[in-house]
Design a protein around this ligand. Sequence first.
Ligand code: SF4
Length: 284
Amino acid sequence: KDFRNDVRPNWCPGCGDFSVQASIQRALAALGKEPHEVAVISGIGCSGRISGYVNTYGFHGVHGRSLPTAQGVKLANRDLTVIASGGDGDGFGIGLNHFMHAVRRNMDITYIVMDNQIYGLTKGQHSPTSAHGFTAKTTPSGNIENALVPSQVALAAGIGFLAQGFSSEVNQLVSLIEQAIQYKGFSLVNVFSPCVTYNKINTYDFFRDNVFNLEKLEGYDPTDYLTAQKAITEHNGLVTGVIYRNDNKVAYEDQIPGYQETPVAQANLELSEDVFAAALKEYA
Ligand code: SF4
């Protein structure tokens, strides 16, 4: 299975998003998926281009709206593996409301965020995940807002599968994406994915020095909510690995009566002549 296509990404050389693209491709191949079994839905931003860079069905939507679109795709065809993807501005700025409701709703889709703490496509403004004091074009004297910590928000909202990765740790990232796709419910993989062009603070070195890999913590139990909460708080969200998982949640679509039998995408939606005539009469 080859999830590569002929489209050459126009990301800057060294952008962390290349590793995310490769990790998604590797994870899908390792899971034995076929390209026609997968849909990648993205929003707007540098990272939003990813839906055109993998050999699957793809939909490049509007800013902050990858999740409602992805949920619609999943509802229409439960047989698809649905991945929503985009950046921190897309997902945790304009799209934050959709994120909270997607977590609450718990459809079986995987959300992969390329979190670079800046708006790259629009050339370097601070984003919702930029740290307090962060300097960018819009915050030359330092950011006076506090950063949103995606893992904290996701856990508080009741997410069933929460993981974080780092673009430099591709093997771990592949494994995290595989586990997230296999999880039956809504899963988030938030990836520290440096913007080498505009973010001179949160660099590869910054993450190498500051991110704590929970896989190195002996006895770490991701099924323990309080343990996950403590890990996030202690490291101010800068942790990688599977932070939390709850395998007792039931996916949204598994609770819809009759949904399992016939995905809408495969149903015969043609109206019989009788039904059509009755509808015409009613609305005449
Ligand atoms: Fe990547 Fe930043 Fe370049 Fe966008 S501007 S492609 S995020 S390095």
